[in-house]
Write a protein that binds this ligand. Structure first.
Ligand code: TXA
Ligand code: MG
Length: 314
């Protein structure tokens, strides 16, 4: 149900969860100083406790209070990318509830770039933990309506319009003086390296091969109907028999999904499109993997699609 800023603040301070808009996806927020609020995030999402939450704040000072390890690398990346779609991992301060970090000794922190949520965060001491506002493993929400739909209107939500970036933040940590990306997103390794280089930091930036981040599961973001990855050459007639025998089921209304050529447009529309195929009554999605879409800017998008897929025919 829709709430205004005052109601959202009161609910958070009262240990309730609130849907909050960000530029990436909508979050399901709980106050970090309320154990009840944190528990409610997990129960509302049906999320297992091994998946750590990101803490959202509105200033770099507040971010520093959440950690005992704020390196030059953290500072440079925070100054350049915040508010924005980057989550920084750092050693956690002792006062942070270990449910937030799933018992890890590190915490994920970010300043989201949305005026309503920044205002809200400025009025909440400490910060707000928020995973994406969807049921565990399901498609992330990029609008007020998606969150309403996901929780059948039972969760309080601040309406901030559609999310601009459309996929979750890049998650990056610092290990042995090097930057490791645990979840790809808008900020690529190339871009982070460039930002650090501009400040005289010649630092290696790479993608974590086997992510230490719990919560980086094989399946995630899944739409309510099967999503199949195909090549541009494949036609429904060519693959129908194979798919139907694999699923032991007939499909009558396939949707052909071709990504926009611009990665920013593709990420903005990604989850919205995934949901709209279901709303339009399709029973299967054929997602075309085009060779032109393999540059680094596409990494975050294919990471989500690979986890959302039921099957790849490539
Ligand atoms: O864009 C976003 O990051 C959105 C908005 C709401 O801010 N939030 C989001 O949260 O995507 P969530 O819970 O869906 O994903 C958080 C992921 C975890 O699954 C985990 O992979 C990583 O962030 N993470 C969080 N804390 C971590 C930590 N201490 N170490 C490593 N990875 C961590
Ligand atoms: Mg999520």
């Amino acid at each position: 149900m829709k709430v205004d800023l005052n109601q959202a603040r009161a609910a958070l301070l009262n240990g309730e969860v609130v849907g909050i808009p960000t530029e990436t996806v909508y979050g399901l927020g709980g106050w970090i100083k309320s154990p009840q609020g944190i528990q409610k995030i997990f129960s509302t999402k049906e999320r297992p406790f091994f998946d750590p939450l990101i803490v959202h704040v509105d200033t770099i000072n507040k971010a520093q209070e959440l950690t005992t390890q704020w390196t030059k690398i953290h500072e440079v990346l925070a100054q350049a990318c915040w508010p924005g779609p980057l989550t920084l991992i750092a050693k956690k301060a002792p006062h942070i509830d270990s449910y937030i970090t799933s018992g890890l000794d590190s915490v994920g922190i970010r300043i989201p770039n949305h005026p309503l949520t920044l205002k809200l965060l400025s009025e909440i001491p400490g910060g707000v933990a928020a995973p994406s506002a969807n049921k565990f493993k399901k498609t992330s929400p990029t609008s007020f309506e998606h969150v309403e739909d996901e929780f059948s209107g039972e969760v309080k939500v601040l309406d901030g319009g559609p999310s601009d970036i459309g996929i979750e933040s890049t998650v990056a940590g610092v290990e042995d003086g090097k930057v490791l990306i645990y979840r790809p997103g808008f900020y690529t390794a190339g871009k982070l390296k460039e930002i650090l280089g501009q400040q005289g930091l010649n630092v290696e930036v790479s993608y974590a091969e086997s992510p230490v981040a719990p919560g980086q599961l094989k399946h995630h973001y899944m739409p309510k109907i099967p999503l199949i990855i195909i090549t541009p050459q494949m036609k429904w007639e060519d693959v129908q028999a194979k798919i139907e025998s694999q699923f032991n089921k007939k499909f009558i209304s396939p949707a052909l999904w071709i990504q926009p050529t611009n990665p920013l447009a593709a990420s903005r529309e990604l989850y919205q499109s995934m949901r709209s195929f279901v709303d339009l009554g399709h029973d299967i999605i054929l997602c075309v993997r085009n060779d032109e879409f393999q540059e680094e800017d596409w990494k975050g998008i294919w990471n989500r699609l690979d986890k959302a897929k039921t099957l790849s025919l490539i």
